[in-house]
Ligand binder design. Structure first.
Ligand code: SF4
Length: 89
């Protein structure tokens, strides 16, 4: 088989979403909706993102990692940790 090399699986937008773009700091045309809910949230302080603790709750409002260029690749580098932590439950 002759596959064309693409990486379209890394990016999707839902411009009809009522919240699009839901975070500031990423150009609209680059805004990636693929990880609408960040899979790294469960890693707590090990996610590597720009979160704050607000009233005892992790607040990701100012983090653009899941929605930025390169965010897919970063998240995939951390998925082994996510799977390990999930298997510990
Ligand atoms: S959105 Fe950012 S701060 Fe929140 S869990 Fe994901 S990487 Fe961490």
């Amino acid at each position: 088989m002759n596959y064309k090399k693409t990486e379209n699986f890394k990016f999707v937008q839902n411009k009809k979403c009522e919240y699009f773009p839901c975070h500031k700091g990423v150009k609209k045309e680059d805004f990636n909706c693929l990880f609408c809910f960040c899979p790294l949230y469960m890693l707590g302080d090990k996610c590597g993102g720009n979160y704050i603790i607000n009233s005892g709750i992790k607040d990701c409002t100012n983090c653009t990692i899941p929605h930025s260029k390169g965010g897919y690749d970063y998240i995939m580098t951390k998925m082994e940790e996510v799977v390990k932590k999930a298997s510990d439950f």
